[in-house]
Design a protein around this ligand. Structure first.
Ligand SMILES: [Zn+2]
Length: 152
Protein backbone atom coordinates (compact mmCIF):
# COMPACT_ATOMS: atom_id res chain seq x y z
CA UNK A 1 0.00 0.00 0.00
CA UNK A 2 2.76 2.42 0.97
CA UNK A 3 4.58 1.65 -2.29
CA UNK A 4 1.56 2.72 -4.30
CA UNK A 5 1.36 5.95 -2.32
CA UNK A 6 5.06 6.63 -2.90
CA UNK A 7 4.65 5.96 -6.60
CA UNK A 8 1.70 8.34 -6.71
CA UNK A 9 3.70 11.00 -4.87
CA UNK A 10 6.57 10.59 -7.31
CA UNK A 11 4.25 11.06 -10.27
CA UNK A 12 2.68 14.09 -8.64
CA UNK A 13 6.07 15.72 -7.98
CA UNK A 14 7.30 14.88 -11.48
CA UNK A 15 4.10 16.25 -12.96
CA UNK A 16 4.42 19.43 -10.94
CA UNK A 17 8.03 19.94 -11.99
CA UNK A 18 7.54 19.11 -15.65
CA UNK A 19 4.12 20.69 -16.14
CA UNK A 20 5.36 24.22 -17.01
CA UNK A 21 7.57 22.87 -19.79
CA UNK A 22 4.53 21.52 -21.60
CA UNK A 23 2.64 24.77 -21.37
CA UNK A 24 2.46 26.45 -24.80
CA UNK A 25 2.85 29.86 -23.15
CA UNK A 26 6.08 28.75 -21.51
CA UNK A 27 7.52 27.45 -24.75
CA UNK A 28 6.45 30.56 -26.56
CA UNK A 29 8.35 32.67 -24.03
CA UNK A 30 11.60 31.09 -25.19
CA UNK A 31 11.01 31.92 -28.83
CA UNK A 32 11.95 35.63 -28.86
CA UNK A 33 15.36 35.08 -27.22
CA UNK A 34 16.30 32.29 -29.61
CA UNK A 35 14.98 33.62 -32.87
CA UNK A 36 13.98 37.20 -32.20
CA UNK A 37 15.23 38.91 -35.34
CA UNK A 38 14.52 36.86 -38.49
CA UNK A 39 17.63 38.39 -40.08
CA UNK A 40 19.78 37.14 -37.18
CA UNK A 41 18.17 33.73 -37.43
CA UNK A 42 18.86 33.65 -41.16
CA UNK A 43 22.47 34.72 -40.65
CA UNK A 44 23.02 32.11 -37.96
CA UNK A 45 21.73 29.48 -40.35
CA UNK A 46 24.10 30.81 -43.01
CA UNK A 47 26.98 30.76 -40.52
CA UNK A 48 26.27 27.12 -39.65
CA UNK A 49 26.09 26.23 -43.34
CA UNK A 50 29.35 27.97 -44.22
CA UNK A 51 31.19 26.45 -41.27
CA UNK A 52 29.98 22.96 -42.08
CA UNK A 53 30.91 23.52 -45.73
CA UNK A 54 34.45 24.47 -44.67
CA UNK A 55 34.65 21.34 -42.53
CA UNK A 56 33.39 19.29 -45.45
CA UNK A 57 35.96 20.54 -47.96
CA UNK A 58 38.70 20.05 -45.35
CA UNK A 59 37.54 16.48 -44.92
CA UNK A 60 37.33 15.90 -48.67
CA UNK A 61 40.82 17.31 -49.14
CA UNK A 62 42.17 15.03 -46.42
CA UNK A 63 40.47 12.09 -48.12
CA UNK A 64 42.22 13.03 -51.35
CA UNK A 65 38.96 13.83 -53.14
CA UNK A 66 39.83 17.49 -53.52
CA UNK A 67 43.06 18.82 -55.04
CA UNK A 68 45.07 21.35 -53.05
CA UNK A 69 44.34 24.19 -55.48
CA UNK A 70 40.61 23.47 -55.51
CA UNK A 71 40.62 23.12 -51.74
CA UNK A 72 42.42 26.43 -51.21
CA UNK A 73 40.18 28.22 -53.68
CA UNK A 74 36.99 26.91 -52.08
CA UNK A 75 38.28 27.50 -48.58
CA UNK A 76 39.10 31.16 -49.21
CA UNK A 77 35.70 31.66 -50.81
CA UNK A 78 33.91 30.14 -47.83
CA UNK A 79 36.04 32.07 -45.40
CA UNK A 80 35.14 35.34 -47.10
CA UNK A 81 31.51 34.34 -46.92
CA UNK A 82 31.83 33.40 -43.25
CA UNK A 83 33.50 36.74 -42.50
CA UNK A 84 30.69 38.65 -44.18
CA UNK A 85 28.09 36.68 -42.22
CA UNK A 86 29.92 37.25 -38.93
CA UNK A 87 30.29 40.97 -39.59
CA UNK A 88 26.61 41.26 -40.41
CA UNK A 89 25.69 39.30 -37.28
CA UNK A 90 27.88 41.57 -35.19
CA UNK A 91 26.23 44.63 -36.70
CA UNK A 92 22.73 43.29 -35.96
CA UNK A 93 23.61 42.11 -32.46
CA UNK A 94 25.25 45.39 -31.45
CA UNK A 95 23.42 48.26 -33.12
CA UNK A 96 25.70 51.05 -31.96
CA UNK A 97 23.22 53.76 -32.93
CA UNK A 98 20.65 52.59 -30.41
CA UNK A 99 23.15 52.35 -27.57
CA UNK A 100 24.57 55.81 -28.27
CA UNK A 101 21.10 57.27 -28.32
CA UNK A 102 20.33 55.67 -24.97
CA UNK A 103 23.56 57.00 -23.45
CA UNK A 104 22.66 60.46 -24.69
CA UNK A 105 19.24 60.23 -23.08
CA UNK A 106 20.76 59.14 -19.78
CA UNK A 107 23.22 62.03 -19.92
CA UNK A 108 20.40 64.49 -20.61
CA UNK A 109 18.37 63.06 -17.74
CA UNK A 110 21.31 63.30 -15.33
CA UNK A 111 21.92 66.90 -16.40
CA UNK A 112 18.29 67.79 -15.76
CA UNK A 113 18.43 66.11 -12.37
CA UNK A 114 21.55 68.07 -11.47
CA UNK A 115 20.00 71.33 -12.61
CA UNK A 116 16.92 70.61 -10.52
CA UNK A 117 19.00 69.99 -7.44
CA UNK A 118 20.94 73.21 -7.93
CA UNK A 119 17.71 75.21 -8.03
CA UNK A 120 16.54 73.72 -4.77
CA UNK A 121 19.75 74.22 -2.81
CA UNK A 122 20.53 77.77 -1.60
CA UNK A 123 23.64 79.10 0.03
CA UNK A 124 23.95 81.75 2.71
CA UNK A 125 25.56 84.90 1.23
CA UNK A 126 27.25 85.54 4.57
CA UNK A 127 28.93 82.24 5.45
CA UNK A 128 28.20 80.09 2.42
CA UNK A 129 26.37 77.37 4.32
CA UNK A 130 23.85 75.34 2.32
CA UNK A 131 20.32 76.18 3.40
CA UNK A 132 16.89 74.92 2.45
CA UNK A 133 15.04 77.22 0.02
CA UNK A 134 12.26 77.93 2.50
CA UNK A 135 14.59 78.98 5.38
CA UNK A 136 14.21 82.57 6.50
CA UNK A 137 17.42 82.62 8.52
CA UNK A 138 20.76 80.91 8.07
CA UNK A 139 21.22 77.99 10.41
CA UNK A 140 24.96 78.67 10.63
CA UNK A 141 25.31 82.40 11.21
CA UNK A 142 21.71 83.55 11.67
CA UNK A 143 21.75 85.99 8.75
CA UNK A 144 18.31 86.84 7.43
CA UNK A 145 17.66 85.21 4.05
CA UNK A 146 15.40 87.01 1.59
CA UNK A 147 13.06 84.68 -0.35
CA UNK A 148 14.63 85.61 -3.70
CA UNK A 149 18.19 85.96 -2.46
CA UNK A 150 20.53 83.30 -3.62
CA UNK A 151 24.13 83.02 -2.74
CA UNK A 152 26.63 80.57 -4.03
ZN1 LIG B 1 25.17 81.99 7.12
Amino acid sequence: MIEILLLLMTFLVLGYVLYPFYQPRYRWAYVPTEEGDPRIQHLQEAKKEVLSAIKEIEFEHQMGKLSLSDYEKLRSEYQKKALRVLQELDRLNHPSGGVEQLEEEIRAYRYKLKQGQQVQVRFCPECGAAVEPFYKFCVQCGRQLLPTERGG
